[in-house]
Design a binder for this molecule. Structure first.
Ligand code: GLC
Length: 405
């Protein structure tokens, strides 16, 4: 990759790095996101693995520090006091962390680090955390053994305001950002009263089986199997591989609609949330679709100018959805980690030209608007946080790692 870009990325990753005693983590953006986030840290480890293996390992290892006794990894860790910055104060019922989680990318990131620089000791130090987290998701987030993991809050998807959650939040005025935030806050307050315990009838409150979260879990169970196998733990490897197949089968049975698209579902009876967001491409990341299903998906939707083939790609919501808003938080703008998931998914099936196009578009966005949090898919204008780390994911798009080791 271009030397100046590589240097810019390294500089940003150093500027955003923080230390808490012996632990190291990276802020997504010092001004706007002054804490540690779960899936961001996995993205950071993936980026760092290209030029600083020890820091990549440290970033992942720091996550295990706040693992709950039931195995959950919280989506936010407040290493420092929450006073004195503009980030909304949320009462999670805990002092140091949030009480909800985020998509499980830990195993993927750990395996990538090992593929670039083999280190069984490092894998050993990660495997327990990964195994406990995956067990937590498969047990507590699937109390009825339906083999799909449920989310208790939109923020667990990592796409806080996505219109995928409007119906579950019973949003009346769909485009109202303030109402959306209020409802998400009320949901947290209600859960806090239950001590965040997952009960059988979660669906009465909020229970979304989200496509990307489950696809990411499938891919990460595969990575867990690789890690366990490398460490000679064949039972665990077999378990993880089996679980990946079981979740994959449930995704196909429950989420795959007759129109060839996978939709997230809500409530007890798997009511499909028929909305086209980037989530429809996430099954590619875990190879949940057949080659011909994937071909149709790419042709009918990714390359469709009234849906996802905008001037800059890939919008998080299809252009022809009524909820599409080119400036709305998670309601249209491009987010670089999402481009990364789509690129990886396309490459799984050999759609190299389409992947290349998204990589070039991502580079074009960085050149035009810098390391911003989100980008307008029609104009390329940058929005939200500055010095946001997700743009650095282009490094892993440009220099893919051989994960087959
Ligand atoms: C926003 C994003 C979330 C991310 C966090 C920190 O809340 O929606 O996915 O983890 O910022 O970057």
């Amino acid at each position: 990759m271009n030397k100046a870009l590589a240097q810019r990325i390294q500089k940003l990753m150093i500027q955003n790095r923080r230390q808490s005693k012996e632990l190291t983590y990276t802020l997504p953006s010092p001004d706007s996101y002054p804490y540690q986030w779960l899936w961001d840290s996995c993205f950071h480890a993936i980026i760092l693995s290209h030029f600083d293996i020890p820091t990549a390992k440290a970033e992942l290892l720091s996550l295990s520090h706040h693992q709950f006794s039931n195995g959950m990894l919280p989506h936010m860790v407040y290493w420092k006091s929450t006073n004195g910055n503009s980030f909304p104060q949320i009462r999670w019922g805990r002092r140091r962390t949030s009480s909800i989680t985020q998509p499980p990318m830990l195993a993927y990131a750990a395996w990538q680090i090992h593929c670039l620089s083999p280190d069984l000791e490092f894998l050993k130090s990660m495997l327990g955390t990964i195994d406990r987290f995956h067990h937590y998701l498969l047990k507590y987030r699937d109390p009825r053994h339906h083999h799909l993991v449920g989310l208790i809050h939109p923020d667990e998807s990592g796409e806080d305001n996505s219109p995928r959650f409007d119906s579950a939040l019973t949003m009346v005025a769909r485009q109202n950002i303030d109402e959306n935030f209020q409802r998400r806050k009320v949901l947290i307050e209600r859960f806090r009263n239950y001590n965040f315990a997952i009960k059988n009838r979660m669906d009465r409150r909020h229970w979304v089986r989200d496509v990307p979260f489950n696809a990411i879990l499938v891919r990460n169970l595969g990575a867990q199997a690789n890690i366990a196998q490398a460490l000679g733990d064949y039972d665990q490897a077999t378990w993880a591989r089996h679980q990946a197949q079981v979740v994959k089968a449930a995704m196909r049975a429950i989420m795959l609609d007759s129109d060839g698209v996978m939709y997230s579902t809500m409530g007890r009876n798997y009511q499909p949330i028929k909305l086209k967001t980037w989530a429809i491409f996430s099954p590619l990341f875990a190879k949940v679709l057949t080659k011909s299903e994937a071909e149709n998906l790419v042709h009918d939707h990714l390359e469709n100018e009234s849906e996802f083939a905008t001037s800059y790609c890939v919008p998080t919501v299809a252009l022809n959805e009524s909820s599409f808003d080119p400036e709305g938080f998670w309601r249209g703008p491009i987010w670089m980690a999402i481009n990364w998931f789509i690129v990886k998914g396309l490459q799984e099936y050999g759609f190299d030209a389409q992947a290349k196009r998204i990589i070039n578009q991502s580079l074009r966005l960085l050149r035009k608007s810098g390391f911003r949090e989100q980008f307008n898919p029609l104009t390329g204008e940058g929005y939200g946080a500055h010095n946001f780390t997700w743009g650095c994911m282009v490094m892993d798009m440009l220099e893919p790692v051989d994960m087959q080791k």
